[in-house]
Design a binder for this molecule. Sequence first.
Ligand code: FAD
Length: 336
Amino acid sequence: MYQHAGVIPGLVHMAGDQSRRQHRKGRPVAGRRATGRTEEPRTQEVAVKPPPFAYAAPATLDEAVGLLAEHAEAEPRVLAGGQSLIPLMNFRLAKPGYLVDLRNIAGLSGIRREGDTLVIGAMTRMSELERSPEVAVAAPLLAEAIGWIAHTPVRNRGTIGGSLAHADPAAELPAVALAADAELAAAGPAGSRRIRATEFFTGPFSTALAPGEILTEIRLPVWPGGHAFVEFARTHGNFAVVGVAALIELDGGRVRRAALALTGVAPTPIRATAAEQVLTGAAADAATAGRAADAAVAGQSPAGDLHASAQMRLDLARAYLRRGIAVAVSRARNER
Ligand code: FAD
């Protein structure tokens, strides 16, 4: 139920978080201010759960944009599948005072074809994309990449828009959006606009979305050739240490067009443009794939961490690029 003038009391979490409530004194919590309620919300004190927040689930995009503007002082966030945001709140790495849940906005979900573009609503669940015949035909790279994301329960809740807006540098879908030259549509107080994927990911967990803007649609040009999403993860379903999105179009035995994106070697997913240049016009064989992989990692200086050293990331990127290019080439030849 959407209550513009109030909150759903059960969803005002962690009322017993005394220190945090005091910390917030003087800073209005949206729900209480809107309802004028003074009694304590009916929740019990529980450790390691979200800080207090007010909640609304509007029925239209305009209302959602309006709520974000109206409650700007509460540092609001939109809630999509909650698979990243809620854990972050539970760990207190994110402390929005107001959540605008997008689940009731019908126009934000769905998959449709507009000529040579596949248009996907930001709230479309990953599992729907994974099973969609339209996606299988027009953007099989997306379906394959989703198969690498976590496990079914996460994909049943997680949304494509949430994954892109969250912009985890290890995530699969930002690399897909980059390789596929996606355009991302956003709506905010200043109206609607489209942002190219190449300009969308500005840093780890940061994007070109302005405060108060909502991602509404992902527009993926249909790719006529072969595709591959390959990655190395310690355990299937874990975030990838390195991932490769590859799209290859052939002209006889040569590469007509190539689009490659990489995760795990830079603070954001990157387009491997040097590798694309090596591939374009060259023979579609293993030697070319090797030269392209070398070109892709040249100049990259990833940070080492507990998952992999910098050198291991570069070696993995080289190996998985060769593999991704080979799979995409063979699919372009209809071998697989
Ligand atoms: P939410 O968690 O609801 O939101 C995430 C962020 O994006 C929030 O800041 C929110 O405000 C913002 N946001 C959401 N939608 C919009 C919108 N339309 N406009 C503007 N901002 C928006 N991901 C991977 O890529 N690979 C993995 O291997 C992987 N493994 C996982 C394993 C587990 C156990 C879990 C719990 C998650 C995993 N994830 C993984 C993350 C998962 O893919 C998330 O679903 C996804 O990152 C966020 O999508 P969401 O719809 O749940 O967004």
